[in-house]
Design a protein around this ligand. Sequence first.
Ligand code: ADP
Length: 457
Amino acid sequence: MFRRLFAAFSLLAIGMLLGAVIVLPGSHAGPHRDALWIGTLVLTVIGLSASAVLSYWLTSQMKRPIADLVEAVEELSAGSTQARVFLADGDELTRLGESFNRMSERLGRQIGELEQDRQQLRTILSGMVEGVIALDAEQRILFMNARAVELLELGDLSPVEKHLWEVVRHRHLLDAVAKALNSSQPYREEINWTGDTLRSLTVHAARLPGPPPRGAVVVLHDTTELRRLERLRQDFVANVSHELKTPLSVIKVCVETLQDGAAADPVHRDRFLDQIARQADRLHSLILDVLSLARIESGQELFDLKPVSLVALAVECIERHRPRAVARQQELLMQVEEEPVVWADEEAVDTILENLLDNAVKYTQEGGVIRVRLSTEGVIGRLEVIDTGIGIPGSDLPRIFERFYRVDRARSREMGGTGLGLSIVKHLAQALHGNVKATSEVNVGTTFSVSLPLADP
Ligand code: ADP
């Protein structure tokens, strides 16, 4: 560029010199002198004009790459990393342009990588089962993933840029965040969320490293199901202890009475010994049921899956229960619509049938009718145990598959029930990829229906 400038000024100098050369030889007086002056003047004007035009052209040539450069810088500062300048010559401006292009290219690459990382992070955060909230030091929401929006029941509200207290009214949650912001240690608290749905939420809040504190990250974990299972476990332990305590107390009292002299009286002795035997049986059944349920629930029960004929199993089971049914003048029938062969574990299906038939006999009055009905429907085999017994009230029906749930506790105990039979049936049916349902009407009867996948649908 400077070379061009130099050339322009050289030309100007040459123009001036030419004028001088023409003028100097004729610097004598006379009529030619005026003509010479005029000639010189004309030539000088021509030289000067040519120089001015040349200078203008050269200046505009010089300005163009600078204007290009300015334009590209403006484009870059406006956010476009596609801005490039094209400079032909190999002077300083060209080198500046090349550096600019390299910088713009590198910047574009880095911004692309950053954007990719950001997208990746957003995808990970939006796929998390935990709610994540990022806050600045003033508790303004910088980011909130979809799960947090769902857990805090914010609906369509767009929380970003708002203060946390503007969108969440839960005092314990706000306290937890405030505590985390004021401490270098992460803060953890379990809160009861009392919105549209009742939930247990564990709040983990940690301040972002400062100083000054730059905000906090809050992670919300839904522990509702965990707490429910914990409560179930505690209830189960309490129930088992209670169920064990009752027969044990009876056995203890009987033994003490016998020791105190009742053993000498044959009538009393036999009565107490009979009671001890019955309570021991009850303990035995209870322990077997608890162990069986625990095994099925933990998934440790190994099932030997193969084609199982429900007809053969039902016939065996009915014959096992016939003496009891006959003693209660009950009719025990079998109704085969189709002969389902299911893909199941024989022992497990036998346990299901055993429990349902045992209940049917137990909860049907003398002279009642109990029917085992077998059928198929599409890809499932169905087994129904239908009785004309006492029935189950509608309010109890949804709960009868719960552990230790009994409609009439005293009656169940008197009949030797553990309160776990239906729970075992439900878990076994589910473990065999089937299900069990109950329908009932008080004083009319109950139907338990078990569906299992057919071996060869
Ligand atoms: P239980 O050992 O007490 O029989 P289950 O788990 O087998 O325990 O059954 C739970 C409760 O469901 C029983 O206590 C009883 O109240 C009710 N029940 C079960 N089967 C029948 C039935 N066939 N008819 C009426 N009530 C029933």
